[in-house]
Design a protein around this ligand. Structure first.
Ligand SMILES: Cc1ncc(COP(=O)(O)O)c(C=O)c1O
Length: 463
C-alpha cells in the first residue's frame, strides 16, 4: 500500500500516550497523566485545539511562543502548497538560494539599520549557539554574562547561559560565565568592568516567570556598560520577538540597539522550524573572515525552502492582519481584566508583562483559613498552588496554560497574537471561576491540591 499519512493518522489516533510511554519520554507522559493533560488532539485552528470529540481548547500557551499567527494559518498552508507545486531545487548547498536571500532582506528591513547581516538556522537554541560563536570570534573573549532565571535553550552552549540550576544539573562543566540578578546595577558594572566578557546575553522579558527589570534604566545601562567595556549586547528575541510583546522586537520597549539578536519560534509560522541571527556586518564578517572560512559556521537545513517560505509568509501575515497592534491591544485588555481579578481574589499577588506575554503570580492569601490551606500545599513544593489552578483551567474551562517555571507560583499566558475579545473574556472568566472555587476549604480544589502533593512526594521518594 502506498504511504498515506491521513489513513495512518486515522488508524492510530489515540495511541499517542502509550507510544510515548513505550518509546519516547516516560517521565513526561507520567506528568501529563498525573495532571490530566493527556488529551488526544485531532485538529487545530487559530487559537484553538480540538480533541477527538470535537471539544475546543483555548490555547494560552501558543506552542511556547511559536504560534504567534495561530495554528494552521491558511496563508501559510497555501504558501507551502504553492512552493511544493514548483519542484524547486532545495538544499543545493553550493549555491545561494533565492528565498533565503529574500528572507534575510525582509528581516533586515524590519530591524534597526545597524542589524544588517543575517545567519539562518533552524531553532532558538541554535540561534543562541551561533550568537555565542559570533561574539567569541568578534571579541576574542570566552566568557558570557547572563541573568539569573534566564532561559536561552538547552544545547550545551545555550545551557551555559541558563540561570536555573535545575536545567544545568547533571550535564557537567559548561562554557565559562557568570549570572547577575535583574536590577543589580553594581553587580552588572563590577562584572562588565573586568573586560572578560564576550557578550551579555539577556531576554528583554524572561520566558521563565515573565520577569524583567523593575527599573527601566537597567537594560539601557547594560548597553552603555557593554559599549564601554567592549562586551557585545545580545538580545535573545527567540520568544519576545515577532510581536509577542506588542512590538516587533521586545528590546524596542527600552529603545536598545543590541549587537546580536537571535530569533526563532514564530518565524516558523507554527509549521516549519526556522531560526535567524541578526547582527552588524562587521561582527558577521569576523567569523566569515576569509574564503577558507566561508562555511566555518553552517547548518545543513538552515536555508531550506520550506522554512524560508513559512517565515516570509508569516511576516506578511503579521502586516496584513496587524498582528503586532492586536498583540498590544488584546494584551492590554487581558491585563486590565486580570488586574480587576486581583482586586477580587486575595491569591493574586501580581499581574505583569507586555503585549501578550503575561504572568499571573500568586502568593499566600491573607485570611487565616485559606492561609493554612495554602501552607499545606506549598509545604510540599513551591509552585503547587499555581499547578492547582492550571489543572481546572484546563479540565473545567478548557484553557491550556502552564506554570511559568520550576518552583514558582506563576502562570504564564502566551496565546497566539490573533486572539480577540472573546478569547480574552474566556480567559478572565476561567481564572475568576477557578479562583472563586479556591475559597471553598475543604473543597474539591484543595482535595486536588492534596493529590498533587501526594504525587509530588511519591515522585521525590522514587528519585
Ligand atoms: C528566550 C529563548 N531562547 C532560546 C530558546 C530555545 O529555543 P528552541 O526551543 O527553539 O531551541 C527559547 C525556548 O523556549 C527561549 O524562550
Amino acid at each position: 500500500m502506498p504511504f498515506d499519512i491521513q489513513s495512518l493518522i486515522h488508524a492510530r489516533l489515540g495511541e499517542n500516550y502509550d507510544l510515548h510511554d513505550r518509546y519516547v519520554n516516560r517521565a513526561f507522559v507520567k506528568v501529563l497523566r498525573t495532571i490530566g493533560f493527556d488529551r488526544v488532539y485531532a485538529r487545530a485552528q487559530g487559537a484553538y485545539l480540538y480533541d477527538q470529540d470535537g471539544m475546543d481548547y483555548l490555547d494560552s500557551l501558543g506552542g511556547y511562543g511559536a504560534l504567534n499567527i495561530g495554528r494552521n494559518h491558511p496563508v501559510i498552508k497555501k504558501a507551502l502548497a504553492d512552493l511544493l507545486a514548483l519542484d524547486m531545487p532545495n538544499m543545493v548547498q553550493m549555491d545561494c538560494s533565492l528565498l533565503s536571500g529574500i528572507l534575510a532582506e525582509a528581516l533586515v528591513k524590519r530591524s534597526p539599520p545597524h542589524l544588517n547581516a543575517v545567519f539562518l538556522c533552524n531553532s532558538g537554541t541554535e540561534a543562541v549557539e551561533g550568537a555565542i560563536k559570533f561574539a567569541r570570534c568578534a571579541t576574542g573573549r570566552e566568557k558570557f554574562l547572563y541573568c539569573s532565571g534566564a532561559f536561552h535553550g538547552l544545547t550545551t552552549g545555550a545551557l551555559a547561559l541558563n540561570g536555573s540550576s535545575m536545567f544545568r544539573e547533571g550535564f557537567g562543566t559548561l562554557l565559562p560565565g557568570n549570572a547577575i540578578t535583574l536590577d543589580d546595577f553594581d553587580g552588572l558594572e563590577r562584572e562588565l568592568a573586568t573586560g572578560e566578557y564576550a557578550g551579555f546575553v539577556f531576554e528583554p522579558i524572561q520566558g521563565k516567570g515573565v520577569y524583567y527589570p523593575e527599573s527601566d534604566l537597567f537594560w539601557p545601562r547594560a548597553q552603555e556598560l557593554c559599549r564601554k567595556f567592549g562586551t557585545l549586547l545580545i538580545a535573545d528575541e527567540v520568544q519576545t520577538g515577532l510581536g509577542r510583546t506588542g512590538r516587533f522586537y521586545g528590546f524596542e520597549h527600552w529603545a536598545l540597539e543590541p549587537d546580536i539578536v537571535p530569533l526563532a519560534k514564530s518565524l516558523s509560522g507554527g509549521l516549519i522550524p526556522c531560526g535567524a541571527i541578526l547582527t552588524r556586518r562587521e561582527i558577521y564578517d569576523k567569523t566569515f573572515s576569509r574564503m577558507d572560512r566561508c562555511v566555518v559556521h553552517s547548518t545543513t537545513f538552515g536555508r531550506n525552502n520550506l522554512a524560508m517560505t513559512t517565515a516570509l509568509a508569516t511576516l506578511q501575515v503579521m502586516d496584513d492582519e496587524h498582528v503586532i497592534e492586536n498583540s498590544e491591544r488584546m494584551g492590554k485588555a487581558l491585563m486590565d481584566g486580570l488586574r480587576v481579578l486581583m482586586e477580587k481574589h486575595e491569591f493574586i499577588h501580581e499581574v505583569r508583562g507586555k503585549g501578550l506575554m503575561l504572568a499571573v503570580e500568586f502568593s499566600e492569601p491573607k485570611s487565616l483559613r485559606l492561609r493554612a490551606a495554602w501552607k499545606l500545599i506549598e509545604a510540599a513544593g513551591k509552585g503547587l498552588f499555581a499547578q492547582m489552578v492550571v489543572i481546572p483551567m484546563f479540565k473545567k474551562h478548557r484553557i491550556l496554560t502552564q506554570v511559568a517555571g520550576h518552583h514558582m507560583d506563576v502562570i504564564k499566558i502566551t496565546p497566539p497574537l490573533i486572539i480577540g475579545q472573546k478569547e480574552v473574556d474566556r480567559m478572565i472568566a476561567g481564572f475568576d471561576q477557578t479562583l472563586a472555587d479556591c475559597y471553598k476549604f475543604p473543597g474539591a480544589m484543595w482535595d486536588m491540591g492534596t493529590n498533587l502533593v501526594r504525587a509530588s512526594l511519591a515522585a521525590r521518594k522514587a528519585a
